[in-house]
Design a protein around this ligand. Sequence first.
Ligand code: 6R9
Length: 647
Amino acid sequence: MSEKTFPVSAEFAAQANINKAQFEEMYARSIDDPEGFWDEQANKYVSWFKPWKKTMDWSFDQEDLHINWFTEAKLNVSYNCIDRHLEKRADQVAIIWEGDSPEDTRKITYRELHEEVSKFANVLKARGVEKGDRVSLYLPMIPEAAIAMLACTRIGAIHSIVFGGFSPEALASRINDSDCRVVITADQSMRGGRRVPLKSNADIALEHCPNVHSCIVVKRGGDPIEWTEDRDVWYHEAVDAASADCEPEQMDSEDPLFILYTSGSTGTPKGVQHTTGGYLVQAAMTHEAVFDYKEGDVYWCTADVGWVTGHTYIVYGPLANGATTVMFEGIPTYPDISRFWEVVDKHNVSIFYTAPTAIRSLMGAGNEPVEKTSRKSLRVLGTVGEPINPEAWEWYYNIVGNGKCPIVDTWWQTETGGHMMTPLPGVNDLKPGSAMQPFFGVNPVLLDDEGNEIEGSPAAGNLAIDRPWPAMIRTVFGDHKRFYETYFSMFKGYYFTGDGARRDEDGHYWITGRVDDVLNVSGHRLGTAEIEAALGLHEKVAEAAVVGYPHDLTGQGIYAYVTLMDGEVGTDELKTELVKLVRAEIGPIAKINLIQWSPGLPKTRSGKIMRRILRKIATNEIDSLGDTSTLADPSVVDDLIEHRENS
Ligand code: 6R9
């Protein structure tokens, strides 16, 4: 925690979309009269084919769990992100694509986007895709990713994007869970000068996906690939032959828009399902209010479209607002460590949104690579994905932003669809590391472990939300029971975020991290259960327990306790094998940092692993292990402490 605050400048506040007085009035109204408030916002940010009957209709109860916004209204997302802008901004650039190599740049106007999206929507139709069908996207950060997303929304298909860094196994399980029949991929992806063989990964995955009849392949790298006749189609050939005429489908406000898989405390990743109307309203409104977005801004979010941040803040929010959005294929350190700032200068980026892990790694290389660039176009900075430490925050503020750009530290989740807590750049005196205050319509509460609201400040507890917001998750795809159990069963009457938070003396919020078995490594969510299941696939592994521990660069590191079949201590070769196995099963983001051979794990008499103890040992908080007397065999703890790996 930092004691310093960084006041908003009078100059910035004077030009901001929302100032302090406006914020206070609007926030109070959003809580006291949510229907009136959201009616106005929905009309301001979205064009509807047909108005709604009821603004919101919901229940968080087990028997009747449902969340509906703007009932019976009709709209189309691609119409809102493209068609309605054509009159005024057909020749404005919608997407600036910056390739992995600085030589590769492409600008796509709203007119061109309209044509490409319409054509590709017709390609999908020709491959038999109908309203409500699921389509899987496994793509690099190329314009075709945004085009494919928008083409799906144009015809009412539901996209399910799988991050290009996931393994064939992870791709196959996601394709099958949502029963996608069509997959869109590319021959290769290019990142930092290296190629990832996306198509051959997809080929391996599709061996396990009997229902997939079409695989549409974008040519990116140009290396030779295997080809399955009748199933595989080149994107460019199909699009060239397609008509550019495609009426947008009239979708119901509550028709599903997309599914995005994310990790939870238990089991396999869940298909988080978002719907159309409410999601788009909140995406557009937050993009304008939180980034102080204005006509003429060049906006850059460095996320990948494989994560929710890429969905809401590269594609849907900015394009709904008619913005120019930058899409970056590469990495911050290629061809050199100044790349981010060179791209800022090259395209005159005014709003820049990235992850704390990127800031921390760039900070390590010192100020010179930043200071040799101009960055004079920058106006607003943002962070997302994990808590930011005050040191990284101040470096971002002083060095990257030259002490003149407010930083919005935006807390939200795949499940929330859009920003939930964040400072507003024209409103707050900033506190490094604090997400400050709820966005409009969001009423956060801190609960004790029994589910009682903790009133007053300062306070700390489990972070929950007491009412729905428009962009909220509607269900877990194919498993409404799991939806209830995951988010509403812990604290009755609330959506439980899985995060812990603190409210300071001034009533400002500080996210303290996950309180469940979800890890956050470099801003990527990983379930301990998934990693344990992958370890369990090895014939020598009897049991494994995985926990997180603080890591300077990645926020959290992965610490695995592994019990072998023979109960013995394993070799270093076996450690390497296990690390590789998990990487192959899940993807390179699931990189185990430390493995400790553990002849026994601390279990209760009913056989439940006490992770609390394992977390303390991994973090080297041996003095505060707490009560170990309920363990079936308390002596295993001494052995674990004695042989702990240095984290
Ligand atoms: C958008 C996104 C969600 C989890 C969330 C929390 C962590 C996100 C944060 C933050 C502190 C922030 N998180 N933003 N923690 N400060 N500004 O990241 O979605 O991948 O689903 O992760 O990330 O723990 O619960 P997702």
